[in-house]
Design a protein around this ligand. Structure first.
Ligand code: NAD
Ligand code: ZN
Length: 348
């Protein structure tokens, strides 16, 4: 396969600075890396946090964002044995990890202190050609719809792992806070596929009908409901057994500690800037609730999450636009106006 010397990318030089759609050099894979010709990339709210510099972890600068890239392997380093040219592969958030620390050794590679992150510390998928450590790159089965699978690479893997972290049983209630967004719309479907009863929380009629169409049994509109806590507890007859927090609202996250059922589990996934999760200690103890953090997923979680997609059990509601339109997508995302996920076509 012939690989060009230059390519289109969206790159920024300072956090919050101009998002420039321009020609940059095609990266050369290191011995442990593959070069993926990215066809489509999902846009995750994390990419917006990275551009704005929201978190207490510095990004690489200048930076090409993106970590839901799906494409074709067009070159590989001399040490790579698990991918062939022509295979389908994905750039995910965890680009690489040390594989030697105590966390990597137990399969918690995302928690590696030396993790290399696509679209954060390593140029990501908002370009036509991106490098990925072959150990962590996602394997995508031949024949897979690349635009459809892109959001699975972060949003899908993350919510699938978060649902496992909640340790719920079929028939129990799970609340998805932020159910109409990119992660939330997939969380609803994974939860339904796992036999859970889903209550979605988000704002607006469009998100309400999306959540219902994906199998959500109930929907609470936080923009219209006076007492969100009481309403959720009423619908679920005492509170959901688990909550997956994928909203970017600190208030919504703290609220979930109140409406969760006695003995229930609150899973933290969404990462609003400077947020603190507040849980009143008395109720926390007497109800014996648990708050757990969940951070993307490991290689096995990735393979399992993609398998749900391949089997037709989950499908991200996507809207495809050109790579050059990333700045517009961020504007909509900032307003909470995106229903499902935007996916960028890197050829436009
Ligand atoms: P998104 O913008 O697509 O979705 C967020 C949704 O939350 C929107 O639909 C919005 O309307 C809704 N929302 C806003 N306020 C709310 C409230 N008070 N109650 C309920 N819903 C509310 O974002 P996304 O791409 O799905 O990402 C969500 C968050 O998850 C981001 O902070 C992102 O950085 C984070 N994230 C974390 C991980 C992880 O591993 N922990 C992985 C990926 C993304
Ligand atoms: Zn993401």
């Amino acid at each position: 396969m012939s690989v060009p010397k230059t390519q289109k990318a969206v790159i920024f030089e300072t956090n919050g600075g101009p998002l420039m759609y321009k020609d940059i050099p095609v990266p050369v894979p290191k011995p442990n890396e593959i070069l993926i010709n990215v066809k489509y990339s999902g846009v995750c709210h994390t990419d917006l946090h990275a551009w704005k510099g929201d978190w207490p972890l510095a990004t690489k600068l200048p930076l090409v964002g993106g970590h839901e890239g799906a494409g074709v392997v067009v070159a590989k380093g001399s040490n790579v044995t698990n991918f062939e040219i022509g295979d389908l592969a994905g750039n995910k958030w965890l680009n690489g990890s040390c594989m030697g620390c105590e966390y990597c050794q137990q399969g918690a590679e995302p928690n590696c202190p030396d993790a290399d992150l696509s679209g954060y510390t390593h140029d990501g998928s908002f370009q036509q050609y991106a490098t990925a450590d072959a150990v962590q790159a996602a394997k995508i089965p031949k024949g897979t719809d690349l635009a459809g699978v892109a959001p699975i690479l972060c949003a899908g893997v993350t919510v699938y792992k978060a649902l496992k972290t909640a340790e719920l049983r079929p028939g129990q209630w799970v609340a998805i806070s932020g159910a109409g967004g990119g992660l939330g719309s997939l969380a609803v479907q994974y939860a339904v596929a796992m036999g859970l009863r889903v209550l979605g929380i988000d704002g607006g009629d469009e998100k309400a009908s999306l959540v219902k169409s994906l199998g959500g049994e109930a929907f609470v509109d936080f923009t219209k409901t006076k007492d969100v806590v009481a309403e959720i507890q009423k619908i679920t007859n005492g509170g959901p057994h688990g909550v997956i927090n994928v909203s970017v609202s600190p208030a919504a996250i703290s609220q979930s500690c109140q409406y969760v059922r006695t003995l229930g589990k609150v899973v933290l996934v969404g990462l609003p800037a400077d947020a603190v999760c507040e849980s009143p200690v008395f109720e926390h103890v007497v109800k014996s609730i648990q708050i757990r953090g969940s951070y993307v997923g490991n290689r096995q979680d990735t393979a399992e999450a993609i398998d749900f997609f391949t089997r037709g059990l989950v499908k991200s509601p996507i809207k495809i636009v050109g790579l050059s339109e990333l700045a517009e997508v961020y504007k909509l995302m900032e307003k909470g106006a995106i229903v499902g996920r935007y996916v960028l076509d890197t050829s436009k």
